[in-house]
Design a protein around this ligand. Structure first.
Ligand SMILES: Cc1cc2nc3c(=O)[nH]c(=O)nc-3n(C[C@H](O)[C@H](O)[C@H](O)COP(=O)(O)O)c2cc1C
Length: 372
């Protein structure tokens, strides 16, 4: 029925649709809804404590026996750099003054922690069918522990070199993440986003470069995008932004509203929210400090100094300091419950793939002699 069954067979799902793990936006209810609908629901753990992640996994395993993906960041945690931090705070000082906030308030660092032994214990406890990573892969011992749980391991590549590296390290499938993608670029071998490749060009080149199945991600938000991904050689798609308007998405009303109003050319890749390049809808902070700033501390430390500004602005109804994460295709999103959206995407894709009227037209064309 589908043009490529490799991901379906690898993971044990019915539909080649992976709901992207989106830290801060997805919890158990969306994962359950998507997995129950036949897709692969993904729980992002980058912003969860071990206890919070355990709570979410308990709910998921109680509510569905279908395959799930559990996702982690695996960056190197940088050492705290007081000089860089001071420079960043100075850069933000005008905003602190303007909002009547004390710039010296100690703020817990943005809690995006990399995958570690404790999170690995959770993987061993809950046995997710898939474990996905962003920013490469964790070190060998952790990887081997994950592998022993029986989970399939996948990660994002933004270049052919990254895809080959992930395949060499034993990844079971590779997410080819194009420049259009919302949220953080998974780029890990280099950091130059100015040369990042779009999904249309990246997917077929990665497909040609590796043997494992490829999952297309970035700017795919409707059936047309899914059909295109298959045409480019992908075995499945990973869709993020289009799920952000589902009622299950845990985003602020400000973020939701920005997505609803967002135009095609209103997102940009910026490092000002976390220190690492990520695509978001342009807002005041990006306009005035970014999109790329050398003052921003290393990922994920840049986030901490923004927290007081963000909370105060949000309570006053402004998203000036909120990361309004979004891919380039937000306008294509349909505001539907996650299960309905997953099924609709699948139905519409199958409809387009079968295309009986077009086949008939092509047959008539060639019977008439084709191009002469
Ligand atoms: C709000 C948001 C949060 C994200 N968080 C994560 C994450 O925690 N882990 C991850 O692997 N990818 C994350 N991503 C990237 C997605 O996995 C995926 O590559 C991207 O959403 C695909 O592009 P699209 O948004 O155009 O569909 C995030 C994306 C968004 C929009």
């Amino acid at each position: 029925m589908w043009p490529d069954n490799r991901i379906l067979e690898l993971v044990g799902v019915e539909l080649p649709i992976i709901q992207a793990p989106m830290a801060g936006a997805v919890l158990s209810d969306m994962v359950v809804a998507v997995s129950e609908a036949g897709g692969l629901g993904s729980l992002p753990c980058a912003l969860l404590s071990v206890e919070q992640a355990r709570g979410e996994l308990e709910v998921i395993r109680r509510k569905t026996s279908r395959p799930i993906n559990v996702n982690f960041f695996c960056h190197q945690q940088p050492p705290y750099d007081p000089v860089r931090e001071m420079k960043w705070r100075q850069r933000l000082n005008g905003y602190y003054i303007g909002m009547g906030l004390d710039n010296n308030t100690a703020v817990l660092s943005g809690n995006r922690t990399p995958f570690d032994d404790k999170m690995c214990d959770l993987v061993a406890e809950f046995h997710p069918e898939v474990v996905s990573f962003h920013f490469g892969l964790p070190e060998k011992n952790l990887r081997a522990r994950v592998r022993r749980t029986g989970a399939k391991i996948i990660s994002s590549a933004t270049t052919i070199d990254e895809a080959r590296w992930l395949e060499d390290q034993g990844c079971d499938a590779i997410i080819a993440q194009g420049y259009e993608a919302g949220g953080h670029s998974g780029m890990f071998l280099k950091r130059d986003v100015s040369t990042q490749i779009g999904t249309m060009a990246l997917v077929p080149q990665v497909v040609d470069a590796v043997k494992v199945p490829v999952i297309a991600a970035g700017g795919i938000a409707d059936a047309r995008g899914i059909v295109a991904a298959f045409a480019l050689g992908a075995s499945a798609v990973q869709i993020g932004t289009a799920y952000l308007l589902c009622p299950e998405a845990k985003i602020t009303a400000i973020h939701r509203q920005a997505l609803r109003k967002s135009k095609d050319n209103e997102t940009v890749v910026t490092n000002v929210f976390t220190g690492r390049p990520a695509r978001a809808i342009v807002n005041r902070l990006i306009r005035e400090v970014g999109p790329m700033s050398d003052d921003a501390p290393e990922f994920p430390l840049a986030a901490a100094a923004l927290l007081p500004l963000r909370s105060k602005a949000e309570t006053e109804g402004f998203g000036d300091f909120t990361p309004l994460w979004s891919g380039q295709a937000a306008r294509l999103s349909q505001e539907l419950p996650a299960a309905r959206l997953t099924k609709l995407l699948a139905e519409e894709t199958l409809e387009k793939l079968s295309l009986p009227h077009q086949t008939a037209r092509a047959e008539m064309f060639f019977e008439d002699g084709g191009f002469q």
